[in-house]
Design a protein around this ligand. Structure first.
Ligand SMILES: Cc1cc2nc3c(=O)[nH]c(=O)nc-3n(C[C@H](O)[C@H](O)[C@H](O)COP(=O)(O)OP(=O)(O)OC[C@H]3O[C@@H](n4cnc5c(N)ncnc54)[C@H](O)[C@@H]3O)c2cc1C
Length: 476
């Protein structure tokens, strides 16, 4: 293919060779300050996918044999398997076990081009995606940018109560949990030790349940013999849920079962309590007129999510509606009203089932929607109609700790050891690359036999200011 010059390429600062220019041009990438259209470089249909998570990656892979050029843009160079983030946060797995480089995953897919960059917006009328100093042209746009943590307008809580969404969140939480034990070992004031060994998880959905269960296992088993001055088993773990039961989206009998399993691990489960304030060393909760303040230095947030701001950016340009969580309301074929060339999938999409209920923000929904988006593109290229998206329910599961989980497979609902084995099996299979499956399988087997969690590293800022107390004095 002939090299297509990009005007203004020097502004990108890459000193592009003809080959690179040609590759970029054929993907419709050009600098933000002008530059010629690359439309003539190749006639095949350009599909731009924003987000290399479950939805975006499945869309890209399902387009492998299609006569299209795929550009997958992500601000991270890796795919993250979010369902196992809590295991990184509690030292059971390392970040590399649950991540895979996007370039590696797509290395054999010759029609795929991976671009590392932050998407800041869209120019829908010109059919362009804005990526830092560049614009990327598309004929079909698939947006799968996922969610962020939501503190419901209390953004100040974030620094005291990190959420679990990224690898950095997971290693920060790991630092806080392990750091609290380390600080407690150095203290002599029993009140302060008690506060340091109090862990509060906010939100009793699957993430909160899994996190609370794993923190309890760290305290009761993993660290049991590691300290001399403190007994890690004396740690107090509280799980706070605003609804009247944990796992509110699961059948009630499974919620009851999950609560019992958590209580068997020594976790105090409080339902019907709302958080009213989070400070550096305390969390205040409220139930009706009753208020209580829990002195703690480790508060973990698993209570709320909000759609990526790219949903808002798309809504402004297309007139599409957003729901209360900022997710974009899509048509039955996942496109936006008046914009059949824009498909929104995964957690960012508000898509309803046959009963008019929004589909849950879970990986199987995102994966099926990614595959559907690819089929939609292929059908259109053949000028064929394509039926609306239908989610095939595959069940939902949450694990509570070693050998305990709950599984809702529709007609079949069960908990305990077999639910846990099924959970292990499903999650192993869902990991994207064989290498990850092998690493996680070996690690899990070792952890099960030894009760060890070998990724108990405290990384990042361990200066005295990064943790709330040192030598009995508050750091202001
Ligand atoms: C802690 C946790 C535990 C979970 N556990 C489970 C579970 O057990 N089972 C289950 O089914 N589901 C679980 N989920 C939900 C599941 O992970 C999501 O439903 C799924 O990841 C949604 O896929 P997605 O493609 O929509 O978004 P994501 O997988 O979140 O991917 C979004 C991608 O977009 C990229 N991106 C975002 N904004 C930009 C931008 N501006 N520019 C460039 N790139 C951008 C991100 O880097 C990311 O790679 C869990 C989620 C979390 C956070």
């Amino acid at each position: 293919m002939a090299a297509v010059p990009l005007q203004g390429q020097q502004h990108c600062g890459y000193g592009l060779t003809a080959h690179r220019v040609s590759a970029l041009a054929s993907q419709g990438v050009r600098p933000n300050n002008g530059g010629m259209s690359a439309g003539s470089a190749s006639k095949s249909h350009r599909v731009v996918i924003v987000g290399g998570g479950f939805g975006g990656l499945h869309a890209a892979r399902s387009l492998k044999r299609a006569p299209v050029r795929v550009t997958l843009i992500d601000r991270r160079n890796f795919h993250l398997f979010q369902p196992l983030l809590y295991q990184v946060a509690t030292g059971a797995l390392s970040p590399a076990d649950i991540t895979s480089p996007l370039r590696g995953i797509l290395r054999r897919q010759s029609n795929a081009f991976v671009m590392l960059g932050e998407v800041s917006g869209f120019n829908v009328s010109k059919r362009e995606v804005l990526v830092e100093t560049q614009r990327v042209e598309y004929e079909t746009l698939i947006v799968a940018a996922g969610l962020h943590n939501n503190y419901f307008g209390n953004e100040g809580w974030e620094k005291h109560a990190p959420g679990l969404k990224t690898i950095e969140d997971a290693t920060d939480i790991r630092r806080r949990i392990l750091g609290a034990f380390e600080r407690a070992e150095r203290e002599s004031d029993p009140v302060l030790i008690r506060e340091l060994l109090t862990f509060v998880v906010i939100g009793g959905g699957p993430t909160g349940v899994e996190l609370a269960g794993a923190v309890a296992e760290v305290a009761k088993h993993t660290l049991r013999h590691d300290f001399r001055a403190i007994d890690p088993r004396s740690a107090r773990i509280e799980l706070i849920e605003g609804a009247n039961r944990i796992l509110p989206l699961y059948p009630e009998d499974l919620s009851v079962r999950a609560q019992r399993s958590l209580e068997n691990l020594g976790i105090q489960v409080r339902t019907g309590w709302m958080v009213s304030d989070i400070q550096r060393a305390a969390v205040t909760i409220r139930r009706g007129e009753e208020t209580e303040t829990i002195a703690t230095h480790t508060v973990l947030w698993a209570a709320g999510i909000r759609a990526s701001p790219l949903g808002q950016a798309l809504a402004e340009q297309t007139g599409a509606e957003l729901d209360a969580a900022g997710r974009i309301l899509v048509r039955p074929d996942l496109t936006l009203p008046g914009h059949p060339e824009i498909v929104v999938i995964g957690d960012l999409a508000h898509c309803q089932d046959k009963q008019g209920q929004p589909l849950p923000g879970i990986a199987p929904v995102a994966m099926q929607q990614g595959q559907y988006a690819a089929k939609l593109v292929k059908a259109r290229l053949r000028n064929r109609a394509h039926p609306p998206f239908r989610y095939r329910y595959r069940g939902q599961m949450a694990t509570i700790g070693r050998a305990a989980a709950v599984a809702d497979l529709g007609r079949l609902r069960f908990g305990g050891y077999f639910a846990w084995l099924l959970w292990l099996f499903v999650h192993l299979l869902a990991l994207v690359e064989f290498e990850n499956r092998l690493l996680v399988f070996v690690q899990w087997t070792w952890n099960y036999i030894t009760r060890n969690r070998s990724a108990r590293l405290i990384t990042g800022d361990m200066s005295t200011r990064s943790l709330p107390f040192v030598s009995g004095k508050r750091n202001e």
